[in-house]
Each structure stands twice: as structure tokens, then as C-alpha cells.
Ligand binder design. Structure first.
Ligand code: AMP
Ligand code: ZN
Length: 488
């Protein structure tokens, strides 16, 4: 006998922390709340599939944590002042603020299409006062120094944990920002405040005109909104060194340790093995990708690999995702219809009990994968197995309890993957649609009578006439026939 008492509680969530490289049980700083900061774009060009890889990955992480009951606050910054923006404005003969507005709009549109809802999008230029205060604090504590030019640098030798995050232990490899070598105390110090050069935008500061360096913004904005300690800090793996190493150094130097609990980094989206990036000239802008594939297809494809692995862009993989999406949509539609129309189940026989157990095992498999460092690839595999089971055994049975449990699993899946929203939100059928549905059921029954009386020519003719109207009949071995509307 199958007993519900066999159902297992959901597994604990574990995450692979880049700091230390181990799989750790996820325990946020405040129970029930997750504070997450993801490094967003520098808005000097169109958002591309490589960005989407990282943003969709953290969106799925956030959505899974929410499914497990956490109240997640997600901050993703916008770098709206940077050399790249200034250079782009020069090349195009435009004001740098126009460049920023153009590409911020493109980024926001991409997020919306990809169904990524970020709670807060802090912009650097709106936090200059806080950045200056943060740097003043570092100077006061002896972690930063002002150079004759008016630039301010972080003194890496004052922070003994430098190199731990990236695992780069050899100071020779900490060399960075060679353009400032002349005035830095050590080749691996990095700039917090850049002295003004004519023709560049500037803000007034205690050290004269200038603008922030790159790394300081994320320390300042994350701390301002998430507190002196928060749970998840993420980005692509290109950010581990020097960006996150530097963020960690300056934050822990000022605020104390530890600053961030879990550092999570996504693997690259590649094209023929090379990172998709502007500088390699191999980017696929999202605005172009959306013309070719629905955002849901792109999401499903991006989530078909674990976030930490490398994922290569190719059309076959996207076509595969398109087929998987079609299957899942179909199953969701069929289950939804069954849940809305099937008669209640009054007794579960042995076969139904077995199927119920299988559905629950697949649900456990889905959560097991997601709890194991957010393995969306494993979670998707469990749901594709569910689709198979539903088509082969649950739809033909037209059993309410099984359909409901399978549909609930699809809802959980969708709350993380967000690829079936329109199917799930579809309004209930109108009276006219219900009548059509009943008429098709009637035609199917008429065809069955013909088959029972061996008038196969008429039965086949009915099948092909229905097919002409986009109604496909599926005959199951147990004698049942199910119909599907396949026209768009
Ligand atoms: P950027 O605008 O280059 O600073 O990138 C914004 C975010 O997207 C960062 O978290 C990057 O790590 C991430 N990112 C950029 N390119 C890729 C890529 N090809 N694959 C994965 N993540 C990327
Ligand atoms: Zn950052």
C-alpha cells in the first residue's frame, strides 16, 4: 500500500560558495529573509545573451528561494558612469547621459521580456555622496590614501585576506590598473576615486573634482540597501577578480568581517568556446534574439544548464528548448483542462496510487535538484519526465487527483522557470468554447461508435476532417481517445 506518510520533507538548500569553494548549507543572516545583490550592467551597449545568462540564473535562484518561503530582496545595480560610457559618448559625439539613457532603456526592456523583476536598480551617479563618505571612512581607518593628483587608492597591504575569494594567493598576480602605477604605493592597489581629467564628467569631493572608481559603487550601494552583512552576492565569473576581490577588501576593511555570506558566480555564455563579449565581437543582442525566439524559449534554454557551468550558444540548443517548451505547454494545457473539468476522484485504485507515488517522487526530484546549488538542469529533467508520465498515463485516465498533483508540480516549476505564465493564466472557457468542446467530444464518441462497428473508413474520414480543422486525435492503447487543438 502507498501511504502519504512516506512523503519526505524537502531537502535543505545548499549553495556552492566561491569563497572556499565548498557546498554549504544555506542559512541567511536573518531567518526567513534573503538579501541578494547582483552586479548589473555598465550601460554603454546593448544587453546581450551573455548578460541574460547571469541575470536569468539569479532570477531563478531568487524565485526558488521565494518558493521555499523566503522573503527575497534583490538589488541589481546600474553602472552609469565609467570609462566605457565616456568613450562611447565621444565616439558617437553624444552626451554621456544620452548614452546611459539609451542602453538603460534597452536593459530594462530586456529584463521585462525575460520576466526578471528586480526590487531595486540603484544607479551610481545617484549615490556619489555615500561613495565619498565610504572613501572618507577608509582613509580615516588607514586603508586608503590620497595621491598628489587627487585620486584616492585602496592600500591592499592593509587587508590581510586579499586573494582569498579568488584563490589568487601570489601578489604578483594582483597587479591591476597599470595606468596608475606612477602614483600607487603598490602595483596591486586599486582606485577608489579618480581625479578629474578635462573633458570628463566630474563631481566635487574633499579631494577635488573627480568620479568614483569602478569597485567602490557596489560596496556602497549593497551596504546601503542590504545592511553591513548580507546573504548573496553574485555576478558572472569574470567579476571574481578583481571586482569582487576588491569589493570584499574595501567593505570588510571598513565594516568588519564577514561582509557577504555566499558568493555565487555564473559560468560564461560562450560562442564556439569563447566568452560572449563586446570586445570579442561575438555578441547576440537580446533585442535581436527576441525577434527569433520567444523570451520563454531563451529562459528555458539558459536554465537547461547549471548556472556555474559554461553554456555554449548554438541554434540547435535553442530549437531543443523550443520543442521542450512546446511539450510543457501542451501538458500544462491538458492538465489545466482536466483539473477544471474532470469529475472528483472518490477512490484511488492500485494503479492510481502508483502514479500518485511517481508524481510525488518527481516533485521530490525537482526540489532535490534545485536545493543542490540551484541545479535547474536536474529540475528540468524531472519535469520533462513528468510530462512523459502525464501524456502516457495521466491524461488518458482523466483522473482529477492525479491531474491536480501533476499540475501543482508544474506550477511550482513555473514559479521558478517562468515559461508557462500565459498558459496558466489563460482565462476559463466561455460558454461558446465549452459548447465547442462538448461538440468535439460528441464527434469523438460518434467516431468511436463507427470504429466499434468496424466502419473504419468513416472513422478515418472523421479523424482527417478534424485534423483539417486543427484538431488532433490521440488514440491510447486502452481504447480512450483524447483530442487536442493544435492550430495557433
Ligand atoms: P558587464 O556589463 O560586462 O559589466 O556585465 C554585466 C553582468 O553580466 C556581469 O555580472 C557579468 O559577469 C555578466 N556577463 C557579461 N557577459 C557574460 C557572459 N558572456 N556570460 C555570463 N555572464 C556574463
Ligand atoms: Zn559589482
Amino acid at each position: 500500500m502507498y501511504a502519504l506518510s512516506e512523503w519526505r520533507p524537502l531537502p535543505e538548500i545548499r549553495v556552492r560558495n566561491t569563497l572556499g569553494g565548498r557546498l554549504e548549507v544555506f542559512r541567511p543572516v536573518s531567518p526567513g529573509v534573503v538579501r541578494m545583490y547582483v552586479c548589473g550592467p555598465t550601460v554603454y551597449d546593448y544587453t546581450h545573451l551573455g548578460h541574460a545568462r547571469t541575470y536569468v540564473a539569479f532570477d531563478a535562484i531568487k524565485r526558488y528561494l521565494a518558493l521555499r518561503g523566503y522573503n527575497v530582496f534583490h538589488v541589481q545595480n546600474i553602472t552609469d558612469i565609467d570609462d566605457k560610457i565616456i568613450n562611447r559618448a565621444r565616439e558617437e559625439g553624444r552626451d554621456w547621459r544620452e548614452v546611459v539613457e539609451t542602453y538603460t532603456k534597452d536593459y530594462m526592456e530586456a529584463l521585462e521580456k525575460l520576466k526578471i523583476r528586480v526590487d531595486l536598480h540603484p544607479r551610481v551617479t545617484q549615490h556619489i555622496g555615500e561613495i565619498i563618505e565610504f572613501i572618507e571612512g577608509l582613509i580615516e581607518k588607514g586603508h586608503a590614501y590620497v595621491a598628489p593628483s587627487g585620486s584616492v587608492y585602496f592600500d591592499v597591504t592593509t587587508y590581510p585576506h586579499y586573494g582569498e575569494l579568488s584563490g589568487v594567493k601570489d601578489p604578483q598576480q594582483w597587479r591591476q590598473e597599470e595606468e596608475f602605477l606612477k602614483e600607487k604605493r603598490h602595483p596591486f592597489d586599486f582606485v577608489l576615486w579618480r581625479a578629474w581629467k578635462p573633458g570628463e564628467p566630474y563631481w566635487e569631493s574633499p579631494w577635488g573634482r573627480g568620479r568614483p572608481g569602478w569597485h567602490i559603487e557596489c560596496s556602497v550601494m549593497s551596504t546601503r540597501y542590504l545592511g553591513r552583512q548580507f546573504d548573496i552576492h553574485g555576478g558572472g565569473q569574470d567579476l571574481i577578480f578583481p571586482h569582487h576581490e576588491n569589493e570584499r577588501a574595501q567593505s570588510e576593511a571598513l565594516l568588519g568581517r564577514p561582509w557577504v555570506r555566499y558568493w555565487l558566480h555564473t559560468g560564461y555564455l560562450t560562442v564556439r568556446g569563447e566568452k560572449m563579449s563586446k570586445s570579442l565581437g561575438n555578441i547576440v543582442p537580446l533585442k535581436d534574439a527576441f525577434r527569433r525566439w520567444r523570451p520563454e524559449v531563451i529562459r528555458l534554454w539558459l536554465l537547461s544548464a547549471h548556472y556555474r557551468t559554461q553554456l555554449d550558444f548554438n541554434e540547435d540548443a535553442l530549437e531543443q528548448a523550443e520543442r521542450n517548451l512546446e511539450r510543457l505547454r501542451q501538458v500544462a494545457q491538458d492538465l489545466k483542462r482536466l483539473v477544471e473539468t474532470a469529475q472528483p476522484t472518490y477512490r484511488l485504485d492500485e494503479r492510481r496510487l502508483r502514479l500518485l507515488r511517481e508524481v510525488e517522487e518527481l516533485r521530490y526530484g525537482f526540489h532535490e535538484a534545485m536545493s543542490n546549488d540551484f541545479n535547474t538542469a536536474g529540475a528540468l529533467a524531472a519535469v520533462l519526465k513528468l510530462a512523459k508520465l502525464v501524456n502516457a498515463e495521466i491524461i488518458p485516465l482523466e483522473d482529477y487527483t492525479l491531474a491536480l498533483r501533476a499540475y501543482k508540480l508544474l506550477l511550482e516549476f513555473n514559479s521558478v522557470f517562468a515559461v508557462l505564465d500565459d498558459v496558466i493564466a489563460a482565462r476559463p472557457a466561455t460558454e461558446a468554447e465549452k459548447l465547442v468542446s462538448e461538440l468535439v467530444d460528441l464527434i469523438v464518441r460518434i467516431r468511436r461508435r463507427h470504429r466499434e462497428e468496424r466502419r473504419y473508413d468513416i472513422a478515418d474520414w472523421i479523424r482527417s476532417e478534424l485534423a483539417r480543422l486543427g484538431i488532433r486525435l490521440l488514440d491510447y492503447p486502452d481504447g480512450r481517445t483524447v483530442w487536442r487543438l493544435e492550430r495557433k
